[in-house]
Structures are given as C-alpha cells and as structure tokens.
Unconditional design. Sequence first.
Lengths: 225, 226, 226, 353, 353
Amino acid sequence: RIRVAVASNFAGAARKIVERFEARVDHQVDLSLGSTGKHYAQIVHGAPFDAFLAADAWRPELLERDGLARSGSRFTYARGRLVLWSATVGLVDPGGRVLDQGEFRHLAIAHPELAPYGRAAREVLTALGRWDALAARLVRGEDVGQAFQFVASGNAELGFVSYSQVRQLEGSIDGSLWQVPENLYSPIEQQAVLLSDREAARAFLRFLRGAEALEIIRDAGYGAP
Amino acid sequence: MPTGADLTALGVTLKLAALATTVLLLLGTPLAWWLSRTRWRFKFVLEAVVALPLVLPPTVLGFYLLIAFGPHGPLGKLMAAVGGPPLAFSFSGLLVGSVIYSMPFVVQPLQDAFAAVGRRPLEVAATLRASPIDRFFSVAVPLARPGFLTATVLGFAHTVGEFGVVLMIGGNIPGETQVLSIALYDHVEGLEYGHAHWLSGGLLLTSFLMLIAVYGLNRRFRVLRP
Amino acid sequence: MPTGADLTALGVTLKLAALATTVLLLLGTPLAWWLSRTRWRFKFVLEAVVALPLVLPPTVLGFYLLIAFGPHGPLGKLMAAVGGPPLAFSFSGLLVGSVIYSMPFVVQPLQDAFAAVGRRPLEVAATLRASPIDRFFSVAVPLARPGFLTATVLGFAHTVGEFGVVLMIGGNIPGETQVLSIALYDHVEGLEYGHAHWLSGGLLLTSFLMLIAVYGLNRRFRVLRP
Amino acid sequence: MRARFRVARGEFTLDVDLSLPASGVTALFGPSGCGKTTLLRAIAGLERHDDGYLQIGETTWQDADLFVPPHRRALGYVFQEASLFEHLTVRSNLDYAANRVPAAERRVPVDRAVELLGIGTLLDRRPAHLSGGERQRVAIARALAASPRLLLMDEPLASLDRQRKGEILPYLESLHRELDMPLLYVSHSHDEVARLADHLVLLECGRAEGSGPIDEMLTRLDLSLAHGPDAEALIEATVSEHDEEFDLTYLDSGVGRFSVARRALPVGSRVRVRVAARDVSLTLSPQSDTSILNIFPATVEEVAAEAEGQATVRLKVGGIPMLARVTRKSAAALGLESGKKVFAQAKSVALLA
Amino acid sequence: MRARFRVARGEFTLDVDLSLPASGVTALFGPSGCGKTTLLRAIAGLERHDDGYLQIGETTWQDADLFVPPHRRALGYVFQEASLFEHLTVRSNLDYAANRVPAAERRVPVDRAVELLGIGTLLDRRPAHLSGGERQRVAIARALAASPRLLLMDEPLASLDRQRKGEILPYLESLHRELDMPLLYVSHSHDEVARLADHLVLLECGRAEGSGPIDEMLTRLDLSLAHGPDAEALIEATVSEHDEEFDLTYLDSGVGRFSVARRALPVGSRVRVRVAARDVSLTLSPQSDTSILNIFPATVEEVAAEAEGQATVRLKVGGIPMLARVTRKSAAALGLESGKKVFAQAKSVALLA
Ligand SMILES: Nc1ncnc2c1ncn2[C@@H]1O[C@H](COP(=O)(O)OP(=O)(O)OP(=O)(O)O)[C@@H](O)[C@H]1O
Ligand SMILES: Nc1ncnc2c1ncn2[C@@H]1O[C@H](COP(=O)(O)OP(=O)(O)OP(=O)(O)O)[C@@H](O)[C@H]1O
Ligand SMILES: [Mg+2]
Ligand SMILES: [Mg+2]
C-alpha cells in the first residue's frame, strides 16, 4: 500500500490510472489530493508520501535538490494545455480575439506566481500585449481549479483554464473555447518524483510512464510529455 | 519586511473585519434578542439554521456562494433585479460571505447573554416608563455586555483569519478582495517562508495588542453579579 | 452517491469532531471556570492568547503546527522524547490542531456562562456542605448549561467544517486524516460537482438533524430565570 | 379604580373583581401565596391576561380590545425582590426613573426621594455594594422618582428597621394627600396596614374575600381578620385636649371620647385609635366603679363563636364598628344577640399617629 | 461561641468582638446597613477576613493560622435574598441539603421540614414558579434539612404573614432546646426578637453597641433600645393559676405575680411577659385605690432624660430589670435617683407565648 500526493488538477486522470494499476498488480494506492505548495511543505516536514505528482516542475526539482526525493526519479508525466474558456456559447471565438474586443467584466486566471497555469496565462496575455490592459479585470484563483470555478459558475465570463478540466465536464456545459497555441507560453510540465524507496512506488511511477497511462492522460486532455 | 501589497491587504482585512463585525452585530443582535425572548415552538429550527454554515468547509461554502452569486444563482439574480453591485469578486461579496460564515459566533453568545439578563430588569424598566426600544438599549444591552464582548472578539478574529470563503468568492483582487490571510497563504504556498513568518508575527502581534486592549478595557466596566 | 472513501472520511470526521469536542470541553471548562473566577490582574492577557489562533488563516496555522510537530519542531521533539506517537500526519495531530483552533469557541461562551451564574448559588451550596468540586458539578455546571450548549455546538460544528489546519497537518491520508471536509473539497476541486452536491447535502442534513436534536432537547431542560 | 382579572397558573387561579377608591392607600392583605404579587403584576400590565379589565379614574388601561403596555401606564412599582439595575450606580438608577418623566408630570424631585430614604451617602455605589435594606430603600426612592400616577408596592418595608419605617410611613401617607398619588400596598404587617391603609383588600387563595374601608374590613365577622387573636378595630379620631393633671390625652371620635396616656400631639391633629377586641369587655349597665375610662354605649350586631370557648362580638358604637372578644359563657349569660344594647369598655387603646 | 472580626469595606468598617452563648437564640439587631449580613457572612466563612477569630463550642473555625472553609462548618444559612437553586425543583433543593449530611448527623428529617413550612404542595415546582413567601419558606426548610450545628438566619420571616410566622416561630424556639441547635438570627421585628431571642447583639455602624441576655439588653439605658417609644422589658414567668371568676391568668415571676387577661395556657408553662415602659407608672407608696393590678416594689437604678420632657427610669424589681417612662417633671417631683425605693405599676402587660 503506497501513498501518493497528487496535484488536484490531475485528480481525475490519477484515479483512473490507479484503478488500472491496481487491477494489474497487487498493490494499493492511496491518493492524497491537494495543492502542490501544501504537498511540498508537508513532504519537507516528513509527510509519509511515497511519490509526488506535482502540478509543476519547480517543487519536484527543489525536493530532488534537497535530497528529499530520489535523485534521478523526476520526470514529466503530463503537459498541461491552456485554453481560454467560457461557459457562454459563442463568447470565445476560436482565435481568441475576444481578448481584444473585451466585452467581459472578469477574466479568470490561476495565481500567476504560484500556479503553472497562472504563469502560462500571464505569458499568453503578455505575448498578446493585453496584460496591462486587462490587469484590472483579472480575477485570480489560488489554483487553476478555482479559476475554473469562477468561470463555470458564470461569475467570470471567461478564463484561462486547463483543457483537461473542460474535457472532464464532458459537454455538461455548452461553452466556447480557444485552444491557446503552445508557442504563446512555455510548457506546463507536471513532474513526478519518487520519495520513498518502496518497490510499489517505483512500479507505480513506471506504470505512469507506460502506454496505458499515457492513453488515459491524453484522453483527459493533457499533452503527452 | 512587508511589501506594499501586504499593507494594502492589511487595509482590506481591517476594513472587512470591522465592517463584517459591525454588520454581524447589527444583524445578530436583533436575531439573538428575538431568539432569547420568543416562545415560538420551532425556534430551535432557526437556531440550527444559524449554526449550519459552520459545518461546511469554508471553501465549499465559498463554492456554493459563488454559484449563488453567479448570473444564474438566486443572489446574483436578486442583485441584478434590484440593480445592486455584483457580489462575486467584490468587497461586498466578501462581506456577505464573511457575515454568513461568522454569524453563529455572534448570535450564540449574544443569545446566551440576553437570556442571562432575565425578565426582571426589563420589567422594572417598563414600570419606569421605558419603551421596548429604550429598555433594550438602556438595560438589555448593558447587562449583556460580556456577550457583546465575546461576540465581537470571536466575530472579528474569525473574519481576520477567515480564508476559504474569501478565497473562493473574492478573486484575490489587490486592494479590493485580497486580504491578509490570502497574502499570507500565498507566501506559504510560494515557499516564501521568511516573508510568511514576518507577516504571521505581525498579524499575531497586532491582534494580540487589540485583544489585550479590548479585554483590558472591559475589566473596568464589568458588571458585578452577586 | 457517496463512495466508500466518503464513508471512511465521514467516520474519521465524526470521530475527530466527537473527540475534539470532548477534549475541548475537558480543557476548556476548567480554564473558563478559572478565568471567570480569578481576580488575577493579568488574566486579560490569557484571554487574548486563547483567542489568538483565530486570526491566523487555518492553513497558515496548520503550517506552523506542521513545523512544530515535525521531527525538528518543539512538539515533535517532545513527543519523541516521551515516546509518544508522532503528531504530524496522524489522527492525534489532527486532534491537537483542531483543539487549538476551536478553543476560543468553547472557552468564551463557557466563561460568560460561568460568570452569569454569580457567586450566590455557590455560596449557598457551600453552606449546604458541598465541597468546591461538588458545587462546581452540582451547581455551576447545571446553571451554566446554555454556555455548554453553545460551546458544544460551536466546537463540534467548527471541527466538522474545519479544513485548513487539518489539511496541512493531516496530509489528507484516507482512513487516518482524510476528513469529510477535505473529501468534499477534493470533489469540488476535481470538478465532481454532482458528488460534491450530494455530499454537502448529506453533511448539511445530518448536521441539521443533530443540531435540531441538541437544541430541541435543550428546550425541555432550560433553566428559568426571572 | 376598577380591576377585574382572571389568571390561571397550574393549580392556582386568581379571580378577582375589585372596585377600589381612586385615591388613598389600599392595602392588599393575605397569606403567602394567595396571589398578591400576581394581582399587582396584572395591574402593572407586566403580564397580559386576556380576560381582564382595568380602569383607573377616567383612564382605561385594559379591556377586551385595549391593552396599554406598562411603560405607558405611569406607575411606580416596588418589586418584592431586589430589582435595581446592577449596571448602574444608585444615582443612575434614580436618574433612570426621573429622566423618563415628562417635565409636566414631575412631582417628586430626586433630591427629595434621596433625602427621605436616607440614601445620600450611597449615590455613587453599585447595587452589589449595598446591604439588603439599602437596596430596598433605593428601589422605593426610584419608584417615587418616577412620579407615578399610581404607586404599587410589594412589601416594600419588610426589610427595614422600625425607625426607618417610622420615617417612611408618614411620607407614604402624605403622598396620596398632597400629590394625589394613590398607593396599592402589599403588607403582612398588621401595624403597617393599621397605620397606613384607608382601604383593605383581603385575598385568600386567589379570591378577594372582601374589600372595603379598613375600619369595616377589620370588624367584619365573615372575614378572617376579626377572628385571630389580634382582632381589632380602628377608629378615626381628633386630638381634642390634653389633661396635664392626670397625664391624659383626650380624643374625640364618632364613638365618643377616648382617654389615652398622654402623647405630645397638637390639638386638632387627626389620629387613629386601635382598639383590640380582647381589651374590650361588655356590660349590660354602665359601671361606674371601674378603672376603665373608655366606656361607650353600643349595639350588638352579630356574635360569632371562636375556638377555646371564646366568642367575637361585633358592635356598632355611634355607627362605628368595634369588636369585643368574650367567653361564650359570658355571651350566653349576657344574652348577647343582634340588636342588644350593651356598654363596651375598652381596657386599653393604642394611639397610632 | 466567640467571634472577632474586622472588615473594611469602603467607608464602612465592621469591628466586633463578641462572646455569645453556644446555645439558644441570639438576635442580631440593628438598623439597615449596620453590618448584620457582613457579620453573618464572616461567621459562615463565606468571606475570608484575615484578622478574625471564630470559635463555636470546642471547635475553632478561624484563627490566625486556621480557616475552616464554609462547607466544613456544618451551618445552615438562610440568606437575606432569595437563594434557591433555580435549576432544581423544590424537592431537589431540599434533597440537595439532606443528601450532604452524614447519616450520623441527620437530625431534621426532610418530611418534618416540609410539613412545618407548609410546602408539601410545592415540591415539584421550580423556584421560578413560587411566590416570594413560598421561596422564603423553602429556603428555611432547606437550611433545616441540612441539620446544621449552627443556624444563621438573615431576616427569614420578613416576607411571611403573621399566621405563618406564628407556626414557624415555636419550632425555631424548639430547635435549640430539643436539638441543641443554636440560632443566630437577624430581625427588624421587635415582636420576633422579644418572642424568640435569649440573647441580643445590638449592632450600630459596624460596632457592637452591646451584647447580653435579652432582658438586660432591652433595659440598658446606655443602649438605644431603651429610648425609643417602644422601650420595654421582658420578664420570664410561669403560668401559675387561672381565675375563672375574673377571667384572669396569674403568672409568677422573679418580679412577683402578674395578672393578665385570661389565656388558655396549661398551668406550669413558661411564658414571657412584655412590659412596655410607657405603661409603667411610679408611685412612692403602694396605692390601693387603683385599678392597676400589677404593682411591684422596685428600686431605681438610673434615670435618663428623653426628648419631649420625658425620662426613662430603669428599675430593678426582685433583681429583674424593668423600665418606666415618666415625664421629667414627675421624675423631679418624686425625687427619682439611683437607689430610691418606689412602686412600679404596670397598666397593662402583654403575654408572649
Ligand atoms: N462591597 C461593598 N463595598 C462597599 N460597602 C459595602 C459593600 N458591601 C456592603 N457595604 C456596606 O457595608 C455596610 C454593611 O452591610 P450589610 O449588608 O452587612 O448591612 P446589614 O446590616 O445586613 O443591613 P440590612 O439590614 O440593610 O441588610 C452597609 O453600609 C453597606 O453599604
Ligand atoms: N409560574 C407559576 N406556575 C405555577 N404556579 C405559580 C406560578 N407563579 C406563581 N404561582 C403560584 O401562584 C400563587 C400566587 O403567587 P403570588 O406570587 O401572587 O403570591 P403572593 O400572594 O405574592 O405570595 P407572597 O406573599 O408569598 O409573595 C402561589 O400559590 C404560587 O405558588
Ligand atoms: Mg408576592
Ligand atoms: Mg443584610
């Protein structure tokens, strides 16, 4: 039985992967969902996690550098895809021009300093030259999960969220979205590290890199590593 | 050292806590008074409703408030109908959220304090020609003083530290909805521990001094009960 | 529909809330009693200290508790020295965290209620040969009943909904430290809205029924005050 | 003043319909638990009983449609239990009352009340720092400072010493005379009632056994007052002369002339004379060789048997009722029955001033 | 019993050093605010005053080193203000007291206390549903049910009617006789004190003006009791004979034989006779042509001037003190001074049974 800390945004896919994994081998995996910052602090203070699936690359790197993670175990398990999404049909055009016309009151993003999707959103807006113009209309969620809720509840007309989130809705909201071209932001690499020496954990991370998991990850709306 | 953003957040926090405490007392006092006096058979249902928001995790409460505030939510529609400001991502929204969440900490102590006043002093005041309003302010409120102190301290402190609800419905807009608790949280999340310690220390010290002032002052006015 | 994990979390939550409320009352009652009776000049300092944890955002408080509980923290070292269980990421840790965080909601109402009892009934009991302990239990406690009710409701509900501290020091470990509030939060974060609604509804309904039972029962035993 | 109330409280029911004089002092008398406080509270409007009627002078305070809330009734109420505002000093307690009186209705200055009740040195204290009697005095002063149209007092002097009572009673007497402030007064003290009351209401188990002018009430044989060991009659009299030689004071009354031990009272002052039933003996012819000075021709109205071979005889002397306690044997021997003419000799009488 | 206390409270200081009999009824008498409650509380140990000493019989409750807390003092205390446990029914209030008495010390069964105070029908009520007098009676019953070694009562009967008092007083009297339960009793009522007390402590402004057997205390001219209009002497007597013919009862006492209006008391019963100073006149030779029956040879001990031309004369009659109120003029005319032999004639005396 192993414990794996997983970034909240990857929860859906992680559950499916665990299901397959457990069907395949005689191990059990307990997932602890949470924000990557919190997980990091907990790991530093001795949390009994065997593996860590972070929302970014920075915290795994830190752990590896400080010797809290098995060196060399770090790898990118998924690549986030940023979308500009609205719960209103037709508000967001496939070219993202809505950002120029600006017929909205609030644009939701994740925290640009703390959350990888927030950082990516800022890069996009900067690249488009809209960062300063839209600064007053930005509402920031702590993480991309909150940014998504701002939009889904209709309080923010649109926002930069993760494609995986939109996929997960499976059409229960007929919104509109713009797949942000990947050249507008630096890659959102979600990295995993091994924290303990346990074989089951190694096995799980191996499975995470495998084709079967990759399939699930893609299907959930992430880019392959 | 605190950044300018921290100071702005402090300003918003103090404003929010002060306003929320005021609104809590303004709404909670009549409610607590009524609850302490009524013989309505089903008042215990209302008592339960007041305490209910407490059992939801603040972020989840915030989530539902967000839905309620949204264009399709009941509160959102209401505000739109009366031409009020939108509640999500606004200071007013924070205020509403904080008030709902901290309400039991104000109502319960006040209700207990009003009940402890008893009927007699109010009857005496009535025979001395004090109208119901008059005797409420001249007798019930001063005698329920300890309850007001408790309600104020708990309401204020809880609003200062309150976090999940505010995080969810505020949108973390500097100067408007970014409060100190969020700033502090961000420092911890961003591994800026030095900064976080500094801010926590400052917050604790300030609060400590405020609490000491409140409790210390109160000592001098305490009503003696034989 | 609730998953098996939700039911496990419910179990942990109820256990935590029940134990925390018990510990809160066990620690809070003597403290409140002492605060309500002492003439110590500096008791207001202690009163402030009790209320202080409230002003920190729960996650931040949790963060500091985590540091304190960790292998290099004072509490962690202490526990290791006395051979106690580690506090971080354990149910015991959650208990300690919840107790610290909910303490003011228990101490303050109890203190007010004890103060409202007054000296006279205790003096009467003393002349009837009741020892200090005896009169505390036979007179002060029954007369402070409303305060105990308030303290229990606020303490219990706040522990059920409490979230930030628990998330930080508990590590969200199913069966051990994953409480319902965290599970609920996870559902919201994971966009499993149907699930979240279901769970919130269940939590609210259960809590509502419990609160109604508590308040409703209490009606029958209320002490009359002229 | 008309008061009709019906109040049910568990096994106890108060059911009274009283017509009381709208001025003067009315005493409410009755054993513990007979409903005195309940009645006062109903009159004050502190409890609302649907089936009630209350009229004071021209003003109706309660009827089928109307219920004037207590704060519009302009009453003063001295509660049976301590009832000071614990959060206010003595002075503020008094001011609380005084400040709520419209200027036009102010009749009792706070200073006067303070002086009368001797609480000048207590003004800056909190009630918790007062003795029981001091609290009671402050409560009386506060009720007076409210300049009420009707003063209700529930055993206000119970915890005061005799001297203090002696100072307060004359003032209470003067209230209704000088300020036209009627007083409804609960008391267990025969003394107080005899001195103060003009009118008496006798409550028993929630019912008004009787209500009427005090002299009549004390002597009515259908009521319990006339049957105890302390049965007595009260007679209004005027000081008419002092006899320096025999050290006597002569009082004139409807009954005739009383001689009492000399008392330094100005001629013409109105006093009350109390004649205890057990001090009155009866003869069929006027005796001249007796030491008893107060002898009056009387007519027997009624004779009631008592325990231990005694009987109480109600007499009319010049239209004024009086009681005599004799043995049943003598009653039979003298053939006492309604209409019989006798002579009443009062061995000793007490002067209440 | 020895009690020494010094208590400072703002302007008020209680400073007493009393030696009281360890049995019988001691009355604490004094004006409102003189420190009676303060003294009782100190004796009960409810307030700890460092500079105090308290000894009851052989047991020391407080001295320089020792302070027995109130719950170990085995007292009964009836407080001046209502003091029932509001959260308990009447029955539970009584049981609260009874259950805390060790079986060996149980002397007053709860049933007896209930019956005596007539609270049988109230047992299932909460105190808030009782009348003022009912509450007071329950408080007395509860103090009795505690089977105390010393009973402290702060004006316990103030809110009770005369009849109820008449039922309770004899029981309180019997307590110290039958159960050896001394009673320390605060009262403002001359009547109650005269009937009940064996010993009297007179407090004034926090100081004990005097303390001694009641008959002496009432007649000491250096105390205020002898100077009011109600000055009186109490004389212990025994019923010796009934005179059927003249309807008199004869009482024998150290003073001599008293004749009083007949009272149905068994021969031999011990009673008290109250002789009011204003009913006593003095002559130099025994008068035979007077109606006054109670005439005794007496010796003048002391003469004190009063207001309004009066004087109070303290006499000794057969070693027993008595008071007479006469005009200063007569005092001079008769040449009253210490040692003078006179005859005291009591116009009327009251029998207290
Ligand atoms: N806490 C206090 N602070 C200052 N003075 C006090 C305090 N408590 C009592 N006193 C004063 O002490 C004196 C004695 O009070 P105490 O209660 O003993 O009087 P008492 O003889 O019982 O009077 P009463 O017959 O009115 O009950 C009073 O003058 C009172 O004003
Ligand atoms: N809430 C109640 N429930 C039931 N009975 C009550 C309640 N309140 C009062 N009573 C009863 O009503 C009766 C009248 O009470 P009330 O207080 O009027 O008596 P009271 O004449 O003032 O007596 P006291 O002289 O003892 O003060 C009493 O027998 C009392 O037991
Ligand atoms: Mg009453
Ligand atoms: Mg007193």
